[in-house]
Design a protein around this ligand. Sequence first.
Ligand SMILES: C[S@@+](CC[C@H](N)C(=O)[O-])C[C@H]1O[C@@H](n2cnc3c(N)ncnc32)[C@H](O)[C@@H]1O
Length: 308
Amino acid sequence: MGVSAVRRADLDHSMTNLVAETRWVEQLRQGLQPSAADLRQHLLTVHQSRAGFTEACAARCRDSHGRTSYEWLADAVERDGHRRVLDLACGSGPLLALLAGRHGAALELSGIDMSKAELGLAAARVPNGLATLHCALAQDMPFFDDGALDVVLCHWALTLMDPVEPVLREVRRVLRAGGRFAAIIDGPMEMAPRYQTANALIYDAVQRSVPHYGEIDMGDPRVRTADALLALAGAVFGRNAVSIEPNIVSLTGDPADVAREAAGFFYASFVLPDDERAVMLAELAAALTDSDGTARFDMPINRLVVDL
Ligand SMILES: C[S@@+](CC[C@H](N)C(=O)[O-])C[C@H]1O[C@@H](n2cnc3c(N)ncnc32)[C@H](O)[C@@H]1O
């Protein structure tokens, strides 16, 4: 009895979805505005149990030129004049690895992220000595002097940062005059009907257990539309320094694989318990499948470039 009770308790614990139980989700459940600290703790919980999930999705999606969004962002680094490059919120390090592969020791690479689990993966893959990693918040990077960097890159993370204005000010501080900031962020949803389909299906599923999910965005909503972002970034860097370019990256293949990888783009999908997630994935696979039996998912993205 003692042993089986312990095993049952262990099982119950292992089946608990910690992501669905964070204070951030609890606040949404009650229709309350979560704090910035609640969001950070929620993100850390997601990334602790699923480190590397972003690249599992993003590294398979390509634009009409065959580029991943990591490659498109890495194109912002130029061989001449760019040496000291920071990957802001580097996660598991795919962009750092790509830059190290392209430029080798010609670049002095740094990465920062607040998730130790993600940084552990990054440290294991970037060749020793080619990148310096910091576990820190993007809002405060005291380890960089003013004007210490030529380029700051940020792939799929600016939308999560709350507050975001201190991040932009910190980026401006650490960049030298003539330096560059480039970021991949959400693009216009209307450019990609399949994204809208996936978004609606996933949020419908999540709202069955967390009714207010989606009413309050993660991070600062101004980062999610080009006009608002132009105004926000323009106020920090100067309007003439800022440009935004839209693109679409797509993923094709076996319906179950495409559905799983597409769902990985949506933090909302991790709130679902396993059984509801399985139902949602089956519905998503069906919705993304074409008459030839293969599935496709399209992801609208924007590339923000700031030239100081
Ligand atoms: C969607 S993942 C992107 C990771 C990586 N850039 C990529 O695209 O593969 C977002 C990352 O942002 C990090 N992050 C979110 N807010 C942050 C903050 N305020 N400071 C530092 N890291 C943050 C998370 O820990 C996570 O690793």
